[in-house]
Design a protein around this ligand. Structure first.
Ligand SMILES: [Zn+2]
Length: 361
C-alpha cells in the first residue's frame, strides 16, 4: 500500500472510501461547519493508527480554529476535534499494544518525540508541539488517523462519551494546579468559570489534593453543581464582586491560587483576589487576550503568574490513575450527534452548559 506522500510503508492503510465528517472550508461563524462526505483519512507514516471515532468532546480550540486568524490557522478544509474516544480500526503491525477493535482514547498533544523537551516529559513545550484537531484533522468524523503513541486504553467504567470528555481539560487542570502551582493541602484555590471543562476538572483536582475551593459561575444552578463536585464556597460573579468574596472567605488574606481561563473579563479581579505570595495560573482567554495587568499587585504582593498550555503526556497518565482511584469523575452536560456540531458550538459559546459537550458518532 502507498501512503499520501507516495512512499510505501509496510502495513500502511490507504482507503479510497468516504466517511461522514464535519468540516469547514472557510473561516467564520458556526454556519461554516458542514456535515458532509469527506475522504477517509490517509495514514501518513508507519507510526500512525486509524481510529473509528465513537465520541468527540468540544473544546474552545475548536472554535478558535473555526474563526481562524489571528487565533488559529488550520489548513482548509479542516476537521476539528481533539478529545477523541473510539475503537482501533487499523494499527501498524509493529504496535504490539494496539489491535483492531480495542477501545481507546487519544492523548491530544503531539510533540516531535525526539527533542530535549519531549524526552524530559515536557512535550507540551516542544517547538513542534501541536494539538490533534488543531493543525491536523481531528475527531469530528467517523475516522481519524493519529500517532500510535497517543493511543491509550479507554479507562474501565467509562463509556465512550465520558472517556472523550476527559483528556484535554483534566490534563490542562492537572498541569495548572499540580505541575505549575504545586498546590498544597490546606491552600485555598479559586476556580473561575466552574461550569467550564477546565472548571469542573480543576475543582475536583484541587479537592483531590486537599485544598479548599472557591468556585465562581454566573448562575446559581451552576454554583449548586460546583458544590456537588466538592467546591467549599461559591461566588456568583454576576451579582458579587469576586475579590471581595475571596478576601472575606480567607479572613482578608486572599486566595493562594487562581485558576484563570476567561482572561480579559476576569483578570483584574483575579489579581485583586490573590494573597501575598500567591499564584495565578492562566491557560486561556475565552473572553479576550488583551487583559490589563496592574503591575502594583504583581510586585507589591509578590504574585507569581504562570502560563500553562496543555501538559506533558505523562501527566495525562497520572490523571487517568486518579480516575481509577475514583478521586475524579467525568462531567458531561449533554451529547449531540456529529451532524449537529454547529448547534453544539453555538451552545458552547453561550456558556450555559456545565461540564463537557460531547458529539456522538
Ligand atoms: Zn519535541
Amino acid at each position: 500500500m502507498r501512503a499520501a506522500d507516495g512512499i510505501s510503508y509496510k502495513g500502511a492503510v490507504r482507503r479510497d472510501g468516504r466517511m461522514k465528517a464535519v468540516r469547514f472550508h472557510q473561516h467564520g461563524g458556526p454556519e461554516v461547519l458542514q456535515y458532509e462526505d469527506a475522504p477517509d483519512p490517509v495514514i501518513k507514516s508507519p507510526d500512525e493508527t486509524l481510529i473509528r471515532v465513537k465520541a468527540c468532546a468540544l473544546n474552545h480550540l475548536d472554535i478558535w480554529g473555526r474563526i481562524g486568524p489571528p487565533y488559529s490557522k488550520p489548513p482548509l478544509p479542516h476537521i476539528s476535534g481533539c478529545d477523541i474516544a473510539g475503537v482501533v480500526e487499523e494499527a501498524p503491525p509493529h504496535e504490539k499494544g494496539l489491535r483492531k477493535g480495542m477501545e481507546v482514547i487519544v492523548s491530544p498533544g503531539v510533540g516531535c518525540g525526539r527533542c530535549e523537551r519531549c524526552l524530559s516529559g515536557s512535550d507540551n513545550q516542544c517547538r513542534h508541539y501541536s494539538v490533534i484537531g488543531n493543525e491536523s484533522d481531528g475527531g469530528y468524523a467517523e475516522l481519524v488517523a493519529v500517532p500510535s503513541r497517543n493511543v491509550l486504553p479507554k479507562p474501565e467504567r467509562m463509556d465512550f462519551v465520558q472517556a472523550a470528555s476527559v483528556p484535554l481539560v483534566f490534563l490542562t487542570a492537572y498541569h495548572m494546579l499540580v505541575t505549575k502551582a504545586k498546590v498544597k493541602p490546606g491552600e485555598t484555590v479559586m476556580v473561575l468559570g466552574a461550569g467550564s471543562g477546565v472548571g469542573v476538572a480543576a475543582i475536583q483536582i484541587a479537592k483531590a489534593y486537599n485544598a479548599s475551593v472557591i468556585a465562581t459561575a454566573g448562575t446559581d444552578s451552576k454554583l449548586a453543581k460546583a458544590v456537588e463536585l466538592g467546591a467549599d464556597h461559591t461566588v456568583n460573579h454576576k451579582t458579587t464582586k469576586v475579590s471581595d468574596e475571596a478576601r472575606k472567605y480567607t479572613d482578608g488574606k486572599g486566595v493562594d491560587v487562581v485558576i484563570e481561563h476567561p482572561g480579559k473579563a476576569t483578570w483584574e479581579e483575579s489579581l485583586r483576589s490573590v494573597a501575598k505570595g500567591g499564584r495565578i495560573v492562566t491557560c486561556g482567554a475565552t473572553t479576550g487576550y488583551d487583559a490589563v495587568t496592574d503591575l502594583r499587585y504583581v510586585f507589591a504582593r509578590e504574585i507569581t503568574i504562570f502560563g500553562s498550555y496543555m501538559g506533558g503526556s505523562g501527566e495525562l497518565l497520572r490523571v487517568l490513575e486518579l480516575f481509577k482511584q475514583r478521586k475524579l469523575r467525568p462531567v458531561v452536560d449533554f451529547t449531540l450527534p456529529l451532524s449537529m456540531a454547529g448547534d453544539a458550538q453555538v451552545r458552547m459559546e453561550k456558556s450555559e452548559h456545565f461540564g463537557k459537550i460531547v458529539l456522538t458518532i
